[in-house]
Ligand binder design. Structure first.
Ligand code: SF4
Ligand code: SF4
Length: 502
């Protein structure tokens, strides 16, 4: 067993109000530059919907992520090394700017510099931020929010659902899905890179791009099934979410977490067995991937952790990790599209609100657990849809999570209003009163220090980090030179186990 630490995130979707503060603060921090106008390391999309870039979840079209070959071995969907190299100058699996959107800017100067006495009020017109030409704005990073679900019917997640469901779906519910790079345990982007420029940091699992090594082949863009690697069209190099590694190294949360209006993001350490990743990503049945990934995680209280050579501060952080609790203790967080087999490390608590809305609409009591349980069982559509997103279509797993959330709600209501302990509710979800109350605290009222448990970089790295800060005040996206050098030194220690196979 080789125990590694990974910085991971959980987002509670019930609390996302779609305000895009996270996207804007991320953009201000990382991609407010020429060449990255269309790039959103953090984006928030409306579901059901086709997402950003359009239809990114349709892997029959983009060939992202991993699949099992006929012998049951894990291979990149974008093909082996030979196939990828043969397409290096004409890659059909690359999204174009139209699949993202053409970024626009506005001639605001006209509002203050227009001469007086004009017959009509001056109007600022949109211009392409890429070409400078006048343009009509017809799409954006979350255009669907304004469409009120009109493009929901084209959502690739609906393709595997029954026709009746598809036709009824848009009347049923919508929610917001914030997305960043998943900093996967088995990153397809790292394995697909012919230059060795993409790498996963040994100490905290953050996936970065070495700007010096990147040759702009864009294989990472194709291979990432979440389409979370972008090309800077000014430099021709790949860039991606850095998990705000300079902040993480200082023990601070990512900027999207820090500024999240809904306080729905949780950051913490998850320990995992690096030797178990390949087997976990290779299980035959897609529906077994969730449990296989959970099984690859290591309980921070396991005695083996003490012998793994991890700093005591990191072990303490792993034990206090809200992410570990939500994923493995309360088991209410789920990974986005586990069927891509990249072992993503940004997980989600699925939203209960569509069920509550439907409970009320059906004339039932949305504060009564029995009524909510009935609705969850009756409500095929949102539950099946959530299963397509989070469990490779395994509906009972999503049902179980929603029932836990509903039971917690009713239990706490009864306890707060009447002082009663609804033991039958606890029995129905297999949790103790202490667990439900701790879960409620974490989901509802947890303070900053409980939501973000990030150890500062280990003391032995402190000198290097200080030197890095002094030398590289404006560090390039995806890692400073010093960071790259440190990673280069470790690359031999932390090669993706699948890399040589693809
Ligand atoms: S989500 Fe991030 S780590 Fe995973 S394959 Fe895509 S770019 Fe790589
Ligand atoms: S800042 Fe928080 S609440 Fe607002 S869109 Fe982002 S994740 Fe959702």
């Amino acid at each position: 067993m080789r125990i590694r630490a990974q910085v991971a995130m959980v987002m509670n979707l019930d609390k996302c109000i779609g305000c895009h503060t996270c996207s804007v603060t991320c953009k201000q921090t990382w991609t407010n530059r020429e060449g990255t106008e269309y790039v959103w390391f953090n984006n928030v999309e409306t579901k059901p919907g086709i997402g950003y870039p359009k239809h990114y979840e349709d892997q029959d079209r983009w060939h992202g992520g991993w699949k099992l070959d006929r012998k049951g071995r894990l291979v990149l969907r974008s093909g082996g090394r030979g196939k990828r190299l043969s397409r290096i100058f004409a890659n059909p699996d690359l999204p174009s700017i139209d699949d993202y959107y053409e970024p626009a800017t506005f001639d605001k100067d006209i509002l203050v510099s227009a001469p007086g006495g004009l017959k009509d009020t001056p109007v600022k017109r949109p211009h392409s931020a890429l070409t400078g030409e006048p343009m009509a704005v017809t799409w954006g990073a979350n255009w669907e929010d304004s469409l009120g679900g009109q493009s929901g019917q084209d959502d690739p997640n609906l393709a595997r659902m029954a026709t009746k469901v598809k036709l009824e779906f848009e009347k049923t519910f919508m929610f917001h899905l914030p997305r960043i790079c998943e900093h996967c345990l088995n990153p397809a982007c790292v394995s697909a890179c012919p230059s060795g420029a993409m790498y996963k940091r040994e100490e905290d699992g953050i996936v970065l791009v070495d700007q010096d090594r990147c040759r702009g082949w864009r294989m990472c863009v194709s291979a990432c099934p979440y389409k979370k690697v972008y090309v800077n069209h000014a430099t021709g190099k790949a860039e991606k979410c850095t998990f705000c590694f300079p902040r993480i190294e200082a023990g601070q949360p990512t900027i999207c977490s820090e500024t999240c209006v809904g306080r729905l993001r949780y950051l913490g350490i998850v320990l995992y067995d690096e030797d178990a990743v390949l087997a976990a990503a290779s299980v035959e049945d897609e529906k077994d991937l969730l449990e296989a990934q959970r099984a690859a995680f290591v309980d921070p209280y396991d005695p083996a952790v003490g012998e793994a050579g991890l700093p005591a501060e990191w072990i303490a952080a792993a034990q206090a990790s809200p992410v570990w609790k939500l994923i493995s203790e309360y088991r209410i967080a789920l990974p986005l599209h586990p069927e891509y087999r990249t072992m993503p490390m940004v997980w989600y608590v699925p939203p209960l609100s569509p069920v509550l809305d439907a409970t009320g609409a059906a004339g039932r009591d949305d504060t009564d657990a029995d009524d909510i349980f009935h609705t969850i069982r009756d409500l095929r559509i949102p539950v099946e849809y959530l299963a397509e997103l989070f469990t490779a279509g395994d509906v009972p797993v999503v049902t179980g999570v929603l029932m836990k959330l509903a039971a917690m709600r009713s239990y706490m209501r009864a306890r707060t209003l009447d002082g009663t302990v609804a033991q039958e509710l606890l029995d129905s979800i297999g949790m103790t009163a202490g667990q439900v109350e701790a879960m409620y605290r974490l989901l509802a009222i947890a303070k900053y220090d409980e939501r973000y448990v990030v150890p500062a970089a280990h003391a032995k790295d402190a000198a290097a980090l200080e030197a890095q800060a002094a030398t590289h005040g404006d560090c390039p996206v995806g890692g400073s030179d010093e960071d790259f050098r440190r990673a280069d030194g470790r690359r031999g220690l932390h090669l993706n186990p699948l890399r040589s196979r693809s």
